[in-house]
Design a protein around this ligand. Structure first.
Ligand code: CO8
Length: 261
């Protein structure tokens, strides 16, 4: 895997822990990190021992402070630049990942860092976390999905306020507008991420995958098509052993033993 030390990968108890690891640069997104993220997500998605993925940032100060601003230089070829940024884009790796991805956020979560978080399925954060899209103040724009995902998460008015003002918002404000769904004391963040991941990992694996697919897909389709997709997925899940096991274990008043079949 490219730049292994800048992106740590570890599997423990059915969770793939992916850590942005440039704490001296607030985990700013280097070329190595950009290359390693799709590889790490694909690896976790393909590993039968992994049920849930958690992404976090190393060090005390940041989840991720965005693109590596020190690398903002003149671009030699716009065609080449676009090729590296266009649809085969690293951030789309999040959309290709079937398993749930949790962002565990502490400290600064800025620019491309917020875009990584928004590409995840669930965002939980520690008190004191700070969120912003400062791109307009850096002569660039949120080019890793930020202009598209933010309004889908917090609504158009708030998204435009955040993206145009570049103002930082607090973790409490982020919770209020649904940018994050859980807020914890800093010292509890990683344990809470692990507990949430374990909880999801304990559910029927195929149900989890199909629910993620259906809910994420709901934003990309009209309601009647979405409901048809949901009906199709419901039919698919009806044929699984785990559904039968859920009924059986309920009748027998015991915990279900899901097999992902
Ligand atoms: N890139 C590179 N280095 C950074 C970055 C960054 N984004 N952020 C912080 N650092 C480095 C600093 O340079 C410093 O290192 P050094 O001492 O060697 O110069 C170290 O991290 C600590 O930072 P500070 O000394 O600045 O710490 P402060 O507490 O004073 O400030 C801040 C912390 C507020 C986070 C400040 O560093 C800051 O404003 N950073 C920049 C944040 C920002 O504007 N991010 C948005 C960048 S634009 C973007 O993300 C576009 C995304 C496009 C798509 C994604 C493509 C990958």
């Amino acid at each position: 895997m490219a730049g292994p030390t800048e992106l740590l990968y570890e599997v423990r108890d059915q969770i793939a822990w992916i850590t942005l690891n440039r704490p001296e640069a607030m985990n700013a997104i280097s070329e190595n990190i950009r290359a390693a993220i799709p590889e790490a997500l694909a690896r976790a998605d393909a590993d039968d021992n992994v049920r849930v993925i958690v992404i976090s940032g190393a060090g005390d100060r940041a989840f991720c402070a965005g693109a590596d601003i020190k690398g903002f230089n003149e671009v030699a070829s716009l065609v080449k630049f676009r090729q590296t940024r266009a649809h085969a884009h690293w951030i789309l790796a999040f959309d290709r990942t079937r398993k749930p991805i949790i962002a565990a956020i502490h400290g600064y979560c800025l620019g491309g860092g917020l875009e990584i978080a928004m590409a995840c399925d669930i965002r939980i954060a520690a008190e004191g976390a700070k969120f912003a899209l400062p791109e307009v103040s850096r002569g660039t724009l949120p080019g890793a999905g930020g202009t598209q995902r933010l309004a889908r998460i917090v609504g158009l008015g708030r998204a435009l306020d955040i993206a145009l003002s570049a103002d930082q918002i607090t973790a409490q404000e982020a919770l209020g507008m649904g940018l994050i769904s859980r807020l914890l004391p800093r010292e509890e963040l990683m344990a809470a991420a692990a507990a949430l991941a374990q909880r999801i990992a304990g559910h029927a694996p195929l149900s989890v995958l199909l629910v993620k697919e259906a809910v994420r897909g709901s934003l990309e389709t009209d309601l009647s098509t979405g409901l048809r997709i949901e009906a199709d997925l419901s039919a698919l899940i009806a044929s699984t052993e785990d559904r039968i096991e859920a009924g059986k274990s309920f009748r027998e008043k015991r915990k279900p033993e899901f097999k992902g079949r």
